[in-house]
Design a protein around this ligand. Structure first.
Ligand SMILES: C[S@@+](CC[C@H](N)C(=O)[O-])C[C@H]1O[C@@H](n2cnc3c(N)ncnc32)[C@H](O)[C@@H]1O
Length: 240
């Protein structure tokens, strides 16, 4: 009896210390996320000057080509930032189908809406949402119609997102069967001044094995690591 009681006590203590650590970890993730979004709200005003179109043009052009978009299709872009990808999507969609953008920063959202208005795009849905919490139902609710997502582009997000593996899984779950998933991001596995600068400006990590993780989750995987002097990769895969 005493022995059973002791085991029970140890178990209780173990469970509550695990729970405590989990809560501590979650609250530190939340704190980091709030700080990151505050930073992106401020950055949004000068984002297109700091991160100008030419800097990522080659990688973006290639990434969006990899989506193989056809007129009438729906593409999900997470995170959309100031909406720099929209004009690239339109080359394939010609204002048909649907571009669904999701980002958590209201500052970024305002800039993306300006781009949409300036170009009179009618097929761009700009939403505020948290990448860790998006579901199929959430998308349908916010788009106001049943929708099948043909392709997903996640660019320069996963290096900064918390719980990035979970977000890759989630994005794949939002895609239709045999839909295309493309990720464009930084990968600098060894410490370097460039890596330190990118980490500072983007408030993320540059050594996450993002494309290596995607490879385990998709079919027809391919990756091109040649962009921005080998710092940026574009990885493509088809939902299994
Ligand atoms: C480096 S920017 C990249 C934006 C865009 N894809 C581009 O290439 O210009 C990172 C973006 O991630 C967004 N972000 C950060 N955490 C997020 C989250 N949990 N859910 C959705 N967006 C998030 C930020 O607001 C910011 O716009």
């Amino acid at each position: 009896m005493i022995c059973n009681w002791n085991i029970w006590t140890v178990r209780q203590e173990f469970n509550s210390s695990c729970l405590y650590n989990l809560i501590k970890m979650k609250s530190s993730i939340n704190k980091k996320q709030i700080q990151a979004i505050r930073y992106y709200d401020k950055l949004s005003k000068v984002h297109d000057l700091v991160s100008s179109k030419w800097y990522y043009h080659k990688a973006r052009h290639y990434a969006i080509q990899q989506l193989h978009l056809k007129e009438g299709e729906a593409v999900l872009n997470l995170p959309y930032g100031t909406g720099q990808n929209f004009e690239y999507f339109q080359k394939y969609l010609n204002d048909t189908g649907l571009i669904i953008g999701i980002d958590l920063s209201e500052g970024m959202m305002a800039q993306a809406k300006k781009k949409r208005a300036k170009n009179n795009w009618t097929n761009v849905k700009i939403l505020k949402g948290d990448a860790t919490k998006i579901t199929k139902d959430w998308i349908v609710e916010n788009v106001n119609k049943p929708i099948e997502v043909d392709a997903v582009l996640c660019d320069l997000g996963l290096s900064g997102f918390p719980e990035w593996e979970k977000i890759i899984d989630n994005m794949l779950s939002l895609l239709k069967q045999v839909g295309i998933m493309v990720i464009m991001d930084w990968y600098l596995p060894k410490p370097s001044p460039k890596g330190a600068f990118v980490k500072w400006i983007g408030k993320g990590e540059v050594n996450r094995p993002i494309y290596q993780y995607l490879e385990t989750k998709v079919t027809n995987f391919s990756v091109d690591t040649s962009f921005n002097r080998g710092g940026i990769f574009v990885a493509t895969g088809i939902k299994k």
